[in-house]
Design a protein around this ligand. Structure first.
Ligand SMILES: [Zn+2]
Length: 455
């Protein structure tokens, strides 16, 4: 792009466009493209030239390097999501909707790390120190040896970090940081990127771990956390419905541990409490066996989690019936409805379908297909499924049931919670008698015939 021309950047994903448009081609977000001052002198025809650099050191693949030493916080749910604790010199992004409890989580985490012996600096760009202190007092953390600063000037923050050399620095939030070498407002894509770049570089050079807080933004005026995801080692998202007290910390990228790992918390008056047994929590609202409810034995990261899938099917008054989905992929629902109609002859035309995962959980595993189908059929036929039954299996377009991974773990968790029967795809590997009656089915038609007798 020629120097001096305005550039248009998507605040959701950071893609640069030649002109403004209502929708970003790169990520599909609406109204997210804003005009930004051009970035300072790009490559503009210059090459590296003949000047010599420093020769870098090369090694072999067989180098014996000890795995990074991790510092556990003592908060098990957080340590699990990090892959077993905090890795020194790592850069972590914690994203989430404003007001979901990111600052509470991070203040509690910082206090835990500080009590575990790490030197920690909490930099708040959102609130005054007094407000952070008030929150700490409310959470019972006032005695934790955390150093606190309220600042947004990146240069001053980096100078302070260089002088104090803490083990861990929290930047709350990256959107409030202001780098004086970038001519753009705080929160713009270029500011957020440069601030993240400087802080990540500092982390790598000086061995300080850095946690960046990023608000997920809706209106497109402020850059979202996605624009810095590629710069950091670990990306965590803090999720939850406002109306529910459950919060889920999910690893979507982790260079030092498994992605897709989740930590479950409950928002209480005294802050976030860890939930060691999420299945029990997600099923706690379950009452009497009722039509439209099916229990899915899922796997989140390395841990089995049971969730209740709820469906409601009602005659529609609309030309195009409603398909409302919460906590599941709506494309997946369409596929399952199409397979039910084409392979089993059960039409959902003229019926409104509402599908929901109880407790505010989000399920993305294809293994949930069969539980979704079971909930839909149970709602449509007005027949309740046995209350002690868990269901899992992927549905292919042919209507066949595909086996899914970690069958044993799913069944073990179900048994632990008092379930005594399961429906699984035919080729699932089970370890024989483990107190569970496992019904293995080859396809969806068999399942329908077996469970609902009506074809
Ligand atoms: Zn975009």
């Amino acid at each position: 792009m020629a120097k001096g021309l305005p550039s248009f950047t998507c605040t959701a994903c950071g893609a640069v466009h030649r002109k403004w448009s209502g929708r970003c081609d790169a990520c599909g977000a609406w109204n997210s493209i804003i005009e930004e001052a051009p970035l300072a002198a790009g490559p503009s025809g210059k090459t590296l030239g003949g000047a010599k650099g420093r020769q870098i050191e090369v090694t072999t693949l067989a180098t014996t390097e000890t795995p990074p030493k991790r510092a556990p916080s003592g908060m098990d749910e957080l340590d699990r999501v990090l892959g077993g604790g905090l890795v020194p010199a790592s850069a972590i992004l914690v994203g989430g909707d404003p007001g979901i409890g990111k600052s509470t989580l991070l203040l509690q985490a910082t206090a835990s790390f500080a009590r575990a012996g790490l030197s920690c600096l909490y930099v708040s760009g959102e609130e005054a120190s007094a407000q952070v202190r008030m929150r700490a007092a409310r959470l019972g953390l006032a005695d934790a040896p955390v150093q606190l600063a309220a600042e947004t000037n990146l240069r001053d923050i980096l100078t302070t970090l260089d002088a104090l050399r803490p083990d861990l620095a929290i930047i709350d939030s990256i959107q409030t940081m202001w780098a004086d070498h970038v001519e753009a407002a705080p929160g713009s894509v270029s500011q957020v990127r440069s601030a993240a770049h400087e802080l990540v570089t500092f982390a790598k050079k000086r061995g300080t771990s850095v946690i960046l807080v990023g608000h997920v933004t809706k209106d497109g005026q402020i850059a979202g956390p996605r624009v810095v995801e590629h710069m950091v080692d670990t990306v965590l998202y803090f999720e939850g419905e406002r109306g529910h007290q459950f919060r889920i910390l999910r690893a979507v990228k982790n260079r030092f541990g498994p992605a897709d790992e989740i930590g479950v918390f409950e928002m209480t008056g005294a802050g976030l409490a860890e939930v060691a047994n999420p299945s029990a929590l997600f099923l706690s609202e379950r009452g009497q066996a009722s039509p439209g409810s099916a229990v899915f034995a899922g796997i989140e990261g390395t841990r089995p989690v049971l969730t209740e899938i709820q469906a409601l099917v009602a005659p529609s008054t609309l030309g195009t019936p409603r398909r409302t989905v919460v906590g599941l992929d709506s494309g997946r629902l369409s596929t399952i409805l199409a397979v039910l109609e084409a392979r089993c002859g059960i039409p959902f035309a003229g019926l409104d379908v509402f599908l929901n995962v109880a407790g505010g959980m989000r399920v993305s595993e294809p293994a949930a297909d069969l539980a979704v189908a079971a909930a839909l059929l149970s709602a449509r036929e007005d027949v309740a499924l046995p209350p002690d039954m868990v269901i899992f299996g992927e549905i292919s377009l042919s209507g066949a049931l595909r086996p899914v991974g970690q069958t044993e773990n799913r069944l073990k968790e179900a048994r632990k919670l008092g379930f005594s029967q399961a429906v699984a795809p035919e080729q699932s590997k089970t370890g024989g008698d483990d107190g569970m009656r496992v019904r293995k089915m080859p396809d969806l038609t068999t399942f329908v015939g077996d469970m609902f007798a009506a074809g």
